[in-house]
Ligand binder design. Sequence first.
Ligand code: FAD
Length: 657
Amino acid sequence: MTELERHSYDVVVIGAGGAGLRAAIEAHEQGLRTAVVCKSLFGKAHTVMAEGGIAAAMGNVNSRDSWQVHFRDTMRGGKFLNNWRMAELHAKEAPDRVWELETYGALFDRTGDGRISQRNFGGHEYPRLAHVGDRTGLELIRSLQQKIVALQQADRREHGDYEARLRVFAECTVTELLLDSPEPGQAGPAQTGPGQDTGATPPRVAGAFAYWRESGRFVVFEAPAVVLATGGIGKSFKVTSNSWEYTGDGHALALRAGASLINMEFVQFHPTGMVWPPSVKGILVTESVRGDGGVLRNSEGRRFMFDYIPEVFKDKYADNEDEADRWYTDPDNNRRPPELLPRDEVARAINAEVKAGRGTEHGGVFLDVSTRMSADEIIRRLPSMHHQFKELADVDITAEPMEVGPTCHYVMGGVEVDPDTAASRVPGLFAAGEVAGGMHGSNRLGGNSLSDLLVFGRRAGLGAADYVTALRDRPRVTEQVLAQAERTALAPFANLAGAGPAADQENPYTLHLELQQVMNDLVGIIRRGAEMAQALDRLDELKRRAEHVAVEGHRQFNPGWHLALDLRNMLLVSECVARSALRRTESRGGHTRDDYPRMDPRWRRKLLVCTADGAGVEVAERPQEPMRPDLVDLFEFTELQKYLTGEELAAGGAERA
Ligand code: FAD
């Protein structure tokens, strides 16, 4: 085994987006020595790309807003499949997390009377998204980083070293979580992770194995607690708004360590990505464009969203242009425009229009804000969109419509966690942000991710700190475990050196392209049983071929090698998506099946839970926990009727949900 760089911390946070930074701040505030490890540059995470805003029921623009309304909207958006406790904590705590950001130095856009301004977004009953133009994520990351620097400066004053208690390891990729196997009775505090078998003593987290992207040298982080905050999985799909680091690493690390993933069939296709030119296909067009008045039209000029209001939303969305337009100035006496339906509904509608031959020349539809606001107003409210279209597509959105179509954007599925502590079922392993599952059910509302990162990032940091503080002994990493992690990471070089015939060697770029095509074509926005079965066969074949993936050159900055390691994760996570999607024989939220087009209340009561079984992925059904009666009471009976089974309704109260 080569010589390893070693570090020891109390808590290691993997990921430096909003969830990771908020978790690290909390773990540090609890007095623990904390490391943040991220595979991209510090400051480059998906969080920085977030445009529209952070959802929090502060009631600054409409005082009728409250956590209860936010909770209801979130559950509706997720089609009642959400982990209701997470949705409750999120709705209650999001305002405090936004105000707290201001204490870190964030500067949000203001209302006329100086409060944090809030904008409309799909599925949110009231204007709820705190924002900074359409560059909210940038401000969020900037303030969290500023807070980290402030903590390091305080550490310097106290301990003489900026990095004494909080250090960032940037451009450092984790490839493996390390576990120990404690003797019975040695395990320390009970962890309240979901689905834990309390009889046996499960292996505990003991650290993480990583490599520096620049030098390729290996690093070991020894730590009794690891917080996963690695974001999503979009790079497994061909058309996506996600950037290179979204390869499902955290999902795969968790699975391989023995944690479970839930809701993996639910992948969000954002309705509006750029469709032209091909080099920018998939780049996001923020929902704020619709929130600020943008309308969708097909190639015949028809404002088609009025044709796609589903039964469950009929009472909340305007069915004619006059009422929809009046809503912008008089929201209390008119229903919302259907362009602001939840994302899954709008994405399906656009898909249907294009399929029916009413799409644009490049396979999208038109999104027009130029007829709704003055050029100055557009440039002020949507500066990034104006710039993005001008630079990338030579389109001036103050004068002409944009061409848009669905793009893979977000994964609702993720690590199954305890809602209050963010603990997974592996002792010492926590997860927050996009890598965690449950909060958003079958479909996330726009703006609910940034708030999720802050609420559950904080809770994960706290959960990890409590766990470490109560530990009786620190877990240890054995040399055998490290040697295995190193062998696995070096396999792509060994495959080249293995002297097999060149024809047996596989190129990581080719495999990645094939994987993206499979997921796009066979497990994409509209799914069919036979196609998903075909996808699983293709994934099996790709997995076999990936065992022979071979890379040339050295470990010093070698993108082919990095991709080869990412592929292992993408294939595992794609299998979870395809297997769960095939199993769920209904359409709900981000999961739309042509062969089962309806939402089936019996399926609302079931979660699909993925675990790794060595060779592949197992999917099991688990009943959904019934909702607490006081939360059930927040909904009208007529609304519950749309989602719950007759049996549940007849049972009444908590048992009904
Ligand atoms: P990220 O911010 O993506 O951070 C992940 C981190 O993990 C990165 O630092 C990465 O380097 C690191 N990482 C990954 N794998 C490894 C590994 N193996 N080893 C080490 N480090 C690793 N949501 C909203 O609520 N409002 C919006 O307006 C909004 N706009 C969006 C616009 C765009 C274009 C996109 C793509 C998303 C948008 N979202 C929005 C969604 C939201 O930005 C993301 O869901 C959220 O930022 C995810 O945050 P995170 O902290 O979970 O992960």
